[in-house]
Design a protein around this ligand. Structure first.
Ligand code: AMP
Length: 218
C-alpha cells in the first residue's frame, strides 16, 4: 500500500499517518519529522532546514527530494504513507519519477479537507513531547499530567512554527504552493477527499475503510 496524505498544516496528517502505519505495519515517511530530527541532531542538513522551518517557509526542494529519493530507492519500505511530501508541483513531479524508477506506483493520494478555523484551533493548541515526538492538544487531547507526556514523562512544548504568526505564514505557503496538488492528483485520477474537520477517531475509521477497499482492489 502506497499512499500520499495531503492537507494543510493542522489537518491531522501526522496523527492519522502514525496510527495507520502502526495498525497496518507499514512505514510512515514524514519529511517534517525527518527534518526536525536532523535539526535536533545538529547536522548540516538540519541546520540549513531549521532556518526555513522556524519561519514557516518550505525547505528547498533539493534537500527534501534527496531525503525522499534516498528512502524510496531502497528495497524497503515497499509499503508506506508519505506525510508532508510532496509540498509543491516540482516535488510531485520528482516523486513520480522516483516511484517509476523504483517500480513502486502510488495507490492513492488522500486529501484531508480542513477549514481554516479548525486548522488554527488545532495548531495553536498542539503540544509535542520533546523526547518521543507524540502530539497532544490542550483541549482535544490533553495529557494526563500537566504538560508531561503520557508515554515517556518528558516535557511537552509548543513547536516554534505553531506560534500565531508562523501559523499564518504556513497557511499562506500551503495555499500558494501545496493546494495545487489537489488538481495534480485529480488529473492523475488518484485523489480521494475526506472531510477532516471531524473528530480524529472518525477520520481514522474512514481512512481504515478506504485502506480495506484499496487492499481488495489491488
Ligand atoms: P510538517 O511537520 O509537515 O508541518 O513540516 C514542518 C516544516 O518542515 C514545514 O513548515 C517546512 O518548513 C518543512 N517541510 C516538511 N516537509 C517539507 C517538504 N516536502 N518540502 C519543503 N519543506 C518541508
Amino acid at each position: 500500500m502506497r499512499i500520499i496524505l495531503l492537507g494543510p498544516p493542522g489537518s491531522g496528517k501526522g496523527t492519522q499517518a502514525s496510527r495507520l502505519c502502526q495498525e497496518l505495519n507499514i512505514s510512515h515517511i514524514s519529511t517534517g519529522d525527518i527534518l526536525r530530527d536532523e535539526a535536533k541532531a545538529g547536522s548540516n542538513l538540519g541546520k540549513e532546514a531549521k532556518s526555513f522551518m522556524d519561519k514557516g517557509e518550505l525547505v528547498p526542494d533539493r534537500l527534501v527530494t534527496e531525503i525522499i529519493r534516498e528512502r524510496l530507492s531502497q528495497k524497503e519500505p515497499n509499503d508506506f504513507i508519505l506525510d508532508g511530501y510532496p509540498r509543491n508541483i516540482a516535488q510531485a513531479k520528482a516523486l513520480d519519477e522516483i516511484l517509476e524508477q523504483n517500480n513502486k506506483p502510488m495507490d492513492m493520494a488522500i486529501y484531508l479537507d480542513t477549514s481554516e478555523a479548525t486548522i488554527i484551533q488545532r495548531l495553536s493548541g498542539r503540544r509535542v513531547c520533546q523526547k518521543c515526538g507524540f502530539n497532544f492538544h490542550i483541549i482535544n487531547m490533553p495529557p494526563k499530567k500537566d504538560m508531561l507526556c503520557d508515554f515517556c514523562g518528558s516535557k511537552l512544548f509548543k513547536r516554534k512554527d505553531d506560534e500565531a504568526d508562523t501559523i499564518k505564514k504556513r497557511l499562506a505557503v500551503y495555499l500558494k504552493e501545496t493546494s495545487s496538488l489537489i488538481d495534480y492528483y485529480t488529473r492523475q485520477n488518484k485523489l480521494t477527499k475526506i472531510s477532516a474537520d471531524r473528530q480524529a477517531s472518525l477520520v481514522y475509521d474512514e481512512l481504515l475503510d478506504l485502506f480495506d477497499y484499496l487492499k481488495v482492489q489491488r
